[in-house]
Design a binder for this molecule. Sequence first.
Ligand SMILES: [Zn+2]
Length: 81
Amino acid sequence: MSGGEQRKWAVMTDQIEANSTITCPECGHVETETMPTNACQWFYDCKGCGVLLKPKQGDCCVYCSYGDVACPPIQEGKACC
Ligand SMILES: [Zn+2]
């Protein structure tokens, strides 16, 4: 038996999740969006009803307020822009 050692690629578990699913508080429309990793998105146009979403007070971006995944800087534990 020649022990064939299989090389496994390390799975990056600490990777930043770049997709966030936004739920519109007005119409309930759900849309998965790719977040910019280097900037915060303050405004978001709902593709369901067209309302302009803005971050809630205390939140840095629309993804933190309405998305199921916080924005990349928050995921990295940094203060947001
Ligand atoms: Zn909407």
